[in-house]
Design a protein around this ligand. Structure first.
Ligand code: NI
Length: 167
């Protein structure tokens, strides 16, 4: 297991659509373990594979409300409901936070790391993280959803060290 380098803007990989995973093999398991290590090392709430330089549709999420780390391969969001204002950061855009609209509830599906189908109904932070990471594997960043430039702000140096809920 290893902590990988997190790509930051303007790395072009962050703007590319990741490809579907067709084969779950040892190298994919290693990637997932490394992504979990990297997310934890950065105090992040989630991570998408292209953030560590791999253009594959794999995401990991770890938030306090959930007991276990969530690993999703080839995830899709099948339903979005409602809207709420949230504050968000991203490990690939260090030192900034923004305010944007996310869904109140989402339903998602994909497979777990063993290839078993998973269906999730999520709200709150988990729904937000699912939308954020799904965006990543489609080459979209939270700054694309800002309604105006004033919705993005730079963190003070003392705040920048604590990237709470960034993913
Ligand atoms: Ni992010």
């Amino acid at each position: 297991m290893a902590v990988l380098n997190i790509r930051t803007l303007p790395d072009p990989l962050l703007r590319q659509k990741a490809r579907r995973v067709n084969k779950i093999d040892d190298s994919l398991q290693r990637l997932i373990d490394d992504m979990i290590d990297t997310m934890r090392d950065a105090d992040g709430a989630g991570l998408a594979a292209n953030q560590v330089g791999v253009l594959r549709r794999v995401i990991v999420i770890e938030i306090p409300e959930e007991e276990q780390v969530l690993v999703l391969i080839n995830p899709d969001i099948t339903r979005r409901e409602g809207e709420r204002e949230v504050e968000e950061g991203c490990l690939s855009i260090p030192g900034y936070r923004g305010e944007l609209k996310r869904s109140l509830k989402v339903r998602a599906r994909g497979t777990d790391r063993d290839g078993r189908p998973v269906r999730i109904r999520a709200e709150g932070l988990l729904a937000q993280a699912l939308e954020h990471e799904m965006d990543h594997i489609n080459g979209i960043l939270y700054i694309d959803h800002l309604e105006s430039a004033e919705r993005l702000w730079k963190l003070e140096p003392q705040e920048a060290g604590t990237q709470t809920e960034a993913s």
